[in-house]
Design a protein around this ligand. Structure first.
Ligand code: NAD
Length: 502
C-alpha cells in the first residue's frame, strides 16, 4: 500500500524511539486493520531496559529544550505543523486503515493536529504570568510559569494521533519533553507520527529525547505512572484505566490530566429545529462507529416530538452506508476488534434484560472485518446499562415532559463529558447552559455532542476525570507556577507588618 510506504512503515517496525533513533526490540505486537481483520505489520514492544534508556535520554534533552526560548520552541512546533500538512493524506489514510474511522474523519484527525500546532505556535509567545502589587515598599511581586520536565502521554485507540498532538504540542512549547505511549491497538500510528517528527528534529539538528515513543500494553503505561521521574501523566482512556492511573500517580503525589469516558446526551426540546437535531444526532451516534469519547449515547426527547424523531431516525439509519472506511460513500466503518463487537452484543442483551427494547439494528454484518449495524433502543435512564459507556453505536431513546425532568435525566449519570440541547427557545437554552443546567465539561446549543474545536479547553467532569486539554488556558496544566518576590530596596520589611528585629 502506497501510503504505508510514504510514511516509512515496514513489515517490522521499531516501536521505541527517542526522536531520530529507532530502537529495535525482541518482543513485538501485531497491528491488524479492522477493515478486513488482516495483519498490517508488527511493532516492537518497549522492554523495561529500553524504557529506562528513553527516560534517561529525555532527562538529558530537557536540559537543552527547556533552556531554549519558548518562541524558538514554537518555531519547531510550526515546522511539525508544516510536515503534518505534507503528510496529511497518507497519515489520514493510516488512521483510517488502522483504527477504522472513515477517511474524512481520518483526515479530520490530522487536521486537528495541524490546528493544534498553529495554536501552540501562538501560545509559545503567550505563556503569561501576572504581576501583583507587593504590600512591602520597594518590592516587586509576580508569577511565572516554568516547565515540569517529562510529560508522559498515554492515549486511547480511537484518536490514535490527535490526542498525542493536543498534549505534545502544548507541552512542548511550554518547555517539556514528552514520552508517548499510544494504544496497543494502533501502534503504527505512533510509529508514523514519530517518523514525521524525526524529520523536523533532523532538519534542526535537535538532540534525541525531546519527542519519545514507547510501545506496549498497560504494562508500559504502568511503568510510566509509577515513575517519579515523570511529574505529569496525561492519560486518555476508559474510566477503569483512569481510576488506576489516577490512584498510582496520586500515591506518588504526581500530577495527572485525565480524559476518560463519556455518556453524552442530546436533549431535543419541543422547540427544536427537528431536522437539525436529527442530523447532529446521527453524526454523534454513528460517527466513528460510536467510538468517540463524545459520541451521542442518550437522546432525551420531548414527548410531543418523540414519535416523529424516532421514525425519522429509523428511516435515516436504514440508509446509512456501512463498509470499507476508505470508500468515499461509506458513513460508518468497522469497530476496532472482536472484543468491541462482543461488548456491543452484550449491551444489547442487557438492554432487553432490564426491560428496554432494541428497535433497530445491532446485528453483526457477515463480512470480513468488524462491521455492525448501528442500533437504536428505547430505555429508561436508570438502567444499569444506560449508566455505563458502551463504546459502540447504540443510541438510547428516552422521553421527557418538562425541562426539569430533562436536565435531571441528562445529569443523572456518572460521566460528564459532552452535552447538547436543541431548542430555539432562549430561556431553555440559557437554562441548559446555566449552573443548574448541564453538568458537563462541554455544553452546546444547536450543535451535537461530538466534534470539538481545538480552541476551547477540552475535557469533562465527574468520572470523565476533570482534565482539560488543547485550547484556552489548558497549557497551565503542563507548567508549574512560581510566585516571585523581588526586594530592590535596602531594608527587609516583613509581610503582614511583623516586627522581628535581630
Ligand atoms: P483503554 O482504557 O483500554 O486504554 C487506553 C490506554 O491506556 C491504552 O494506551 C492502554 O494501554 C493504557 N492503559 C490501560 N490500563 C492502564 C493502566 N492501568 N495504567 C497505564 N496505562 C493503562 O481505552 P481504549 O479502549 O483504548 O479507548 C476507549 C476509551 O477512551 C473510552 O472510554 C473513551 O471514552 C475514552 N476516551 C476519552 C477521551 C477524552 O478525551 N475524554 C478521548 C478518547 C477516548
Amino acid at each position: 500500500m502506497e501510503f504505508l510506504k510514504t510514511l516509512g512503515i515496514e513489515g517490522i517496525n521499531p516501536g521505541t524511539s527517542t526522536g531520530r533513533k529507532h530502537i529495535e526490540s525482541k518482543e513485538t505486537i501485531s497491528s491488524f486493520t479492522p477493515t478486513n481483520g488482516e495483519k498490517i505489520a508488527t511493532v516492537g514492544v518497549t522492554s523495561r531496559e529500553q524504557y529506562d534508556r528513553v527516560v534517561e535520554e529525555a532527562q538529558k534533552a530537557y536540559q537543552v529544550w527547556s533552556n531554549m526560548p519558548a518562541p524558538q520552541r514554537g518555531e519547531i512546533v510550526r515546522q511539525i505543523g508544516q510536515k503534518l500538512r505534507e503528510y496529511k493524506e497518507p497519515l489520514g489514510k493510516l488512521v483510517t486503515y488502522e483504527m477504522g474511522k472513515i477517511y474524512q474523519e481520518g483526515l479530520g484527525e490530522v487536521q486537528e493536529m495541524i490546528d493544534i500546532c498553529d495554536f501552540a505556535v501562538g501560545q509559545s509567545r503567550m505563556l503569561y504570568g501576572k504581576t501583583m502589587h507587593s504590600e512591602r515598599p520597594e518590592h516587586r511581586m509576580y508569577e511565572q510559569w516554568h516547565p515540569l520536565g517529562i510529560v508522559g502521554i498515554i492515549s486511547a485507540f480511537n484518536f490514535p494521533v490527535a490526542v498525542w498532538s493536543w498534549n505534545a504540542m502544548i507541552a512542548a512549547v511550554c518547555g517539556n519533553v514528552m514520552i508517548w505511549k499510544g494504544s496497543e491497538k494502533t501502534p503504527l500510528c505512533g510509529v508514523a507520527v514519530q517518523k514525521i517528527v524525526a524529520k523536523v528534529l533532523k532538519e534542526n539538528d535537535l538532540p534525541e529525547g525531546i519527542f519519545n515513543l514507547v510501545t506496549g500494553d498497560r504494562q508500559v503505561g504502568e511503568w510510566m505512572t509509577e515513575d517519579t521521574r515523570i511529574p505529569l501523566i496525561s492519560a486518555t482512556g476508559s474510566i477503569r484505566m483512569g481510576k488506576e492511573v489516577g490512584k498510582t500517580v496520586a500515591s506518588r503525589l504526581g500530577k495527572t490530566i485525565l480524559e476518560l469516558g463519556g455518556n453524552n446526551a442530546i436533549i431535543i426540546s419541543e422547540h427544536a429545529d427537528i431536522e437539525m437535531a436529527i442530523r447532529a444526532t446521527v453524526f454523534g451516534a454513528v460517527g466513528t462507529c460510536g467510538q468517540r469519547c463524545t459520541s451521542t449515547r442518550r437522546l432525551i426527547i420531548h414527548e410531543s416530538v418523540y414519535d416523529q424523531v424516532k421514525e425519522r431516525l429509523m428511516n435515516i439509519y436504514d440508509n446509512i452506508t456501512i463498509g470499507d472506511p476508505l470508500e468515499e460513500t461509506t458513513l460508518v466503518g468497522p469497530m476496532i476488534d472482536q472484543d468491541a463487537i462482543n461488548n456491543m452484543q452484550n449491551a444489547l442483551k442487557e438492554i432487553e434484560k432490564e426491560g428496554g427494547k432494541v428497535i433497530y439494528g445491532g446485528d453483526v454484518l457477515e463480512e470480513d472485518g468488524f462491521y455492525v449495524r448501528p442500533a437504536l433502543a428505547e430505555v429508561e435512564n436508570h438502567y444499569e446499562i444506560v449508566q455505563e459507556e458502551t463504546f459502540a453505536p447504540i443510541l438510547y431513546l428516552m422521553k421527557f415532559k418538562d425541562m426539569d425532568e430533562a436536565i435531571a435525566m441528562h445529569n443523572g449519570v456518572k460521566q460528564g463529558l459532552s452535552s447538547a440541547m436543541f431548542t430555539l427557545n432562549m430561556r431553555e437554552a440559557e437554562t441548559f447552559l446555566s449552573a443548574r443546567g448541564s453538568d458537563c465539561g462541554i455544553a452546546n446549543i444547536n450543535i451535537g455532542t461530538s466534534g470539538a474545536e481545538i480552541g476551547g479547553a477540552f475535557g469533562g467532569e465527574k468520572e470523565t476525570g476533570g482534565g482539560r486539554e488543547s485550547g484556552s488556558d489548558a497549557w497551565k496544566a503542563y507548567m508549574r507556577r512560581q510566585t516571585n518576590t523581588m526586594n530592590w530596596g535596602d531594608s527587609l520589611p516583613l509581610a503582614q507588618g511583623i516586627d522581628f528585629d535581630v
